[in-house]
Design a protein around this ligand. Structure first.
Ligand code: UD1
Length: 433
């Protein structure tokens, strides 16, 4: 019954070091099998999603050597390309990024069979744009018995216009196109920092990709890739989560190993509601000493406000003065944390893709369940800000994307522990008092 037991009420104060970006890592790890050489990857977050992906890569024959929790050497040479290349196991079915193995395998071996992606239940998550891209490159793609089956005689460069701005489709098409014959242009591409990071990684292996980070990406296909060493960028969403934790608990956190530019949309909103955000070369410090103000937020593709920060921000706004409005424009089912937060005394009404948040002065501890990864992290922050004890179960979701979350929060003065049994919960309460 993996759960967090938390006693709230302490402002979070101190320093925290941010790990590598999960969503960049998932693209980069998958792309690493595209060379027969070795990829030495550093600053990899040691979280469930990356570990599940590495395990699936190992199952299709890739050689994975862990040099440490955040460092791995990957070689795709040992994959038997004459076989069917089937990616399926009970764990990979639950993650979203399994789809990156289609782009990677299709690019290198011109074939792949990958189980349909799972991931957090935050709304319908079609993959039509991925398929449209693979087909435009010359692949035949079929969905059968829960598998996506893609195959091509050869991949040919082409011009692709994405109908929606999709992180996953942009990365997937970029991977496959980088080993296609000729030139590819992706228009209306996503611009997230992890798109740039995956492109930089592919380029470090010998790909020729220009324009990543803008909405037009140009790719000159090359024949093959070579060895590389690469360090993954810091996780924008992990950093943002600690920024909102500082605000919700009225704390003072120095958040190190970040790229402040990637955090601008979050910093701007926190400053607007009255928090103090100081930017340094590779750190931000967030301080909130009083009750903050309300605001309006609409989630948008980068550089807009990230949907992955929407629940954490809602937790901070639900404690602010006045009425805030959040419009979720990326995923339609991303307010499932509202019922849980209501148990703590939050006053939030949702209507379609809008949440209207009437700020309350305080939360009170409650028994809650994490509905998905980011919403789970948001509930942890709420519990740390609340009066009294809370428990949060289903923390497996949180462990998919946050490395040593409880340990990092404890180092900031948060009273939080993982408890497997009711007895451990009681022991925590006796100890903390
Ligand atoms: C990625 C992130 C996720 C983040 C999201 C948006 C990973 C593993 N996950 O998810 O954390 O919340 O970006 O920043 O990196 N869409 C289609 N057709 C498609 C693909 C997407 O209609 O083929 C729609 C989706 O339903 C959604 C929007 O496009 O409304 C954006 O989705 P997308 O950027 O693809 O998200 P993911 O790659 O799934």
């Amino acid at each position: 019954m993996d759960q967090y037991i938390i006693k709230g009420g302490n402002p979070l104060v101190g320093e925290v070091v941010i790990g590598g970006a999960k969503n960049a890592a998932l693209g980069i790890l998958a792309a690493a099998i595209m060379t027969d050489g070795e990829c030495h990857i550093d600053n990899m977050p040691d979280v469930r999603d990356t570990n599940v992906l590495l395990q699936a890569m190992e199952q299709i024959g890739a050689r994975i050597v862990r040099k440490g929790p955040n460092e791995v050497v990957i070689s795709g040479q040992s994959i038997d390309g004459s076989g069917d290349l089937i990616v399926d196991n009970e764990y990979i079915r639950k993650i979203r990024a399994s789809y990156y193995l289609i782009g990677a395998l299709l690019g290198k071996y011109k074939k792949a069979q990958v189980v349909l992606p799972g991931g957090c239940d935050i709304g319908s998550r079609p993959i039509d744009q991925h398929i449209k891209g693979f087909e435009a490159l010359g692949a035949k793609v079929e969905i059968s018995r829960g598998m996506i089956i893609a195959e091509a005689e050869e991949l040919r460069g082409t011009h692709i216009y994405l109908d929606v701005v999709s992180v996953g489709a942009t990365i997937n098409i970029m991977m496959a196109a980088s080993l296609a014959r000729g030139n590819t242009i992706i228009e209306n591409a996503a611009k997230e920092p992890h798109i740039v990071d995956v492109a930089n990684f592919l380029n470090s292996m010998g790909a020729n990709i220009k324009g990543a980070g803008t909405d037009v990406i140009r790719i000159k296909g090359v024949e093959k890739f070579h060895n590389t060493s690469y360090s993954i960028i810091p996780d924008q969403i992990e950093a943002g989560t600690f920024m909102t934790a500082a605000v919700a608990t009225k704390g003072d956190i120095m958040i190190r190993n970040v790229i402040p530019k990637h955090l601008e949309a979050i910093s701007a909103k926190l400053i607007e509601i009255g928090a103090e955000v100081d930017e340094f070369d590779d750190a931000v410090r967030v301080v909130a000493s009083k009750r903050l103000k309300s605001t309006q937020i609409k989630t948008l593709p980068y550089p807009g406000f990230p949907t992955d920060m929407q629940p954490q921000m809602a937790v901070a706004l639900a404690l602010s003065k006045g009425t805030s409005v959040i419009t979720e424009s990326i995923f339609e089912n991303r307010f499932r944390y509202v019922d849980e937060l209501t148990k703590m005394g939050a006053n939030i009404k949702t209507e379609g893709n809008t949440a209207i948040i009437m700020g309350v002065e305080r939360y009170t501890g409650a028994r809650m369940s994490a509905p998905d990864l980011r919403a789970g992290a948001a509930l942890v922050i709420a519990a740390l800000a609340a009066d009294g004890y809370s428990t949060i179960d289903q923390i497996g979701y949180i462990l998919r994307g946050y490395e040593k979350f409880d340990e990092k929060l404890r180092s900031l003065g948060g009273l939080i522990e993982i408890a497997d049994t009711e007895r451990e919960v009681q022991k925590f309460k006796l100890r903390i008092g």
